[in-house]
Structure formats: C-alpha cells, structure tokens
Design a binder for this molecule. Structure first.
Ligand code: HEM
Ligand SMILES: CC(C)=CCC/C(C)=C/CC/C(C)=C/COP(=O)(O)OP(=O)(O)O
Length: 302
C-alpha cells in the first residue's frame, strides 16, 4: 500500500542541501541569535514563547531569502572566487528561475508570518533589511565603493532591532544601541576577511578596501573601528542596561579584539587576519550572550 505522506526522493537530497547552503546558514545562525537576543532584552522576564518562535521564523526566512538573492545576483562573481565558487548558483546547479522562486517563497512566507502574527512594523523593517542587503548592498554598493560595507552594514545590523520591535511594536533607544554595536563591529569583521581573501576579490574585480587602499590603510581602519567598538560596547553600562557580568565579558572580549587589531596593524600576516575574522564572530556571540546572562541575573556595577 502506498503511504499517504511521501518523503522527497533521496536522489534529490544533495540538491536540496546545496539550495539550503545558499541561505548562508552559519551567518544566519548568528543573525538569528542577535534577533532572539533583541527579543529577550526587550522586556523584563520572559516573552511569549509562541510570539518568539513566529518572529524568529519570520526573520530567519527573510534573511535566508536575502542571502539567496545575493547568491543569485552574484553568481558570475562568485564563480571567480575560490571561497564562493562551490555555491550551487555559481556552479550552475541552481537555475535562476528555481533560486528566484525559492527566495520569493521563503521571503514571502516570512513577510506573511511577520505581518499576520507579529506586527506590521517588524514586517516592514525586515523587508527593508532584505532589500538593503539583496539590492542596495549587492547591486549598487559592493561593485562600486570600498565603503560598501560601512554603508551596507546597516542591513546586517538590523536583527536585534527586529527582535525588539517584534516583542514591543516600537523602536527604543536601547534597541538602537544594539544595532549600533553590530554596525560598528561590521567593518573589522569584514575587512579582516577581505585582507586574507584579497586575491579572490581581485579576481572578481571588486573594489574592497585592501585592494583600493592597501593593507596598511585597511589594518589601520580595522584598529580605529575596533577602538570605536570598544567604546560603543561599553555604552549599555552608561544607560544602566547591564551590570558587572557584562562589564567583565565586554572588557575581555574587547581586549582580545584590540590586541589582534594592534598586532595585525604592526605586522600583517594572512593567518593573523584570519584569526581576527574568527574572533570577530566569537566576539559578537559573546557580547550578546553576556548581555542575556546579565539580563536574567543582573549584578549592578557599584
Ligand atoms: C554588510 C555586512 C557583512 C559583510 C559584508 C559580511 C561578510 C562576510 C563574509 C564575506 C563572510 C564569509 C566568510 C567565509 O566564507 O569564510 C562572512 C562570514 C560570517 N559572517 Fe559576516 N558579514 C557581514 C555581516 C554579518 C553579520 C551582521 C553577521 C551576524 C550577525 C555575520 C556573521 C557571520 C558569520 C557567523 C560568518 C561565518 C560563516 C562561516 O563560518 O561560514 N556577518 N561574513
Ligand atoms: C532580512 C534580514 C534580517 C537580512 C539580514 C541581512 C544580513 C544578515 C546581512 C549580512 C550581510 C552579509 C552576510 C554579507 C555577506 O557579504 P557578501 O554578501 O558580500 O558575502 P559573499 O561574498 O559571501 O556573498
């Protein structure tokens, strides 16, 4: 007897997996963690679990759609870069129509979820982030200016604000501070990678800072943004939003980031740039993790 529920043909699984990779799942995981942090920090105590799940799913679907559109629009550039040449869009395994349909399905589903079950403000802000990343950054900024990520970074910095508005329906200064932290974090995060991947970017003809202004200027820019990030990461203390636990974590995380940025500027090496990039990811996860711990067991700084 034939089963009522048929599983997808196992032969199609590798293709399905390749399509899911276009959503950049590891970036998505951190984006989602920052969005959920925004949800948890938005009020004292625990928010409604159902609302959190719906909001997380909506934001994740739209962020996945944005990443797929980015892969679709950049397929020929991706094909020229070692790091991205294996993407299904770059290899020609994922057709244009198929990728576009999947992105529209995920993005549309996410928008519907946020609009119908969360709130209109979050739906519009998430749509704005999607368009800012998939169209403004990818098509206009990335191929034109080495400041592409400084301007385009605003879309990547949105997740905690989206989480916050999903729970409260309004934009607060505290949520904007979370956005500011990610915004200032983005240049050292990306330029560290752009340094050790500069040959890739040269092959693709993209005007990334290490190519247009050289390694010394880029490492100096990383250092200056890391100093700024240190100051911005301590601002939540100034508004009494966090306590001792966060202060300790931020000091340790900032100290290592600064240490790596100084080393990188003094004596450039690809391996060190890679370590700085890796640390940027631990840094952001650690900072938001500490904010959460602090939120649920606040130790005041006296
Ligand atoms: C405009 C802003 C951003 C740019 C240009 C950027 C660029 C990149 C690039 C090119 C990579 C690929 C590294 C690789 O393939 O090894 C990467 C990795 C990563 N990014 Fe970003 N990023 C941005 C914002 C963000 C944001 C906002 C988050 C999270 C909140 C994030 C989290 C990550 C993570 C977790 C990885 C590691 C992925 C892996 O291990 O495969 N990035 N980023
Ligand atoms: C809807 C919503 C919340 C959107 C979030 C947008 C977001 C997380 C943007 C981050 C930007 C990002 C991962 C850029 C990767 O750079 P790239 O695209 O230049 O990297 P690549 O060379 O690997 O394609």
């Amino acid at each position: 007897m034939k089963s009522a529920v048929s599983l997808p043909n196992p032969a199609a699984w590798p293709h399905l997996l390749a399509m899911l990779q276009l959503a950049k799942p590891r970036v998505l995981a951190l984006v989602l963690f920052c969005a959920v942090s925004g949800m948890l920090l938005a009020q004292p105590g625990w928010p409604s679990l159902g609302r959190m799940l719906l909001a997380s799913l909506g934001i994740a679907l739209m962020a996945a759609a944005a990443a797929m559109l980015n892969c679709l629009l950049e397929r020929s550039l991706d094909a020229r870069m070692q790091r991205t040449a294996c993407r299904a869009t770059a290899r020609g395994e994922a057709g244009r129509g198929e990728t576009l349909r999947l992105a529209l399905l995920l993005g549309g589903g996410g928008m519907l979820l946020l609009w119908g079950w969360v709130n209109a403000l979050t739906a519009w802000l998430t749509l704005a982030s999607l368009l800012a990343y998939a169209l403004v950054y990818t098509l206009l900024l990335k191929p034109r200016t080495p400041q592409n990520i400084v301007i385009g970074g605003i879309s990547g910095a949105m997740p905690p604000l989206l989480g916050w508005t999903a729970m409260t329906g309004e934009i607060s200064p505290h949520a904007l501070l979370l956005l500011l932290i990610i915004y200032v974090w983005t240049p050292p995060h990306f330029w560290a990678l752009a340094l050790y991947r500069r040959r890739d970017y040269a092959r693709a003809g993209l005007p990334m800072l290490p190519l247009t202004h050289g390694a010394a200027f880029t490492t100096l820019s990383i250092l200056l943004y890391t100093v700024l990030l240190t100051a911005v990461s301590l601002l939540p203390l100034a508004i009494d939003a966090v306590g001792l636990l966060y202060l300790l974590a931020a000091l340790i995380l900032d100290a290592r980031f600064l240490f790596l940025a100084v080393l990188l500027h003094r004596q450039y090496a690809d391996a060190l740039a890679r370590r700085t990039f890796r640390w940027s990811i631990w840094y952001l996860a650690g900072l938001f993790g500490a904010m959460l711990l602090d939120h649920y067991c606040l130790l005041p700084v006296t």
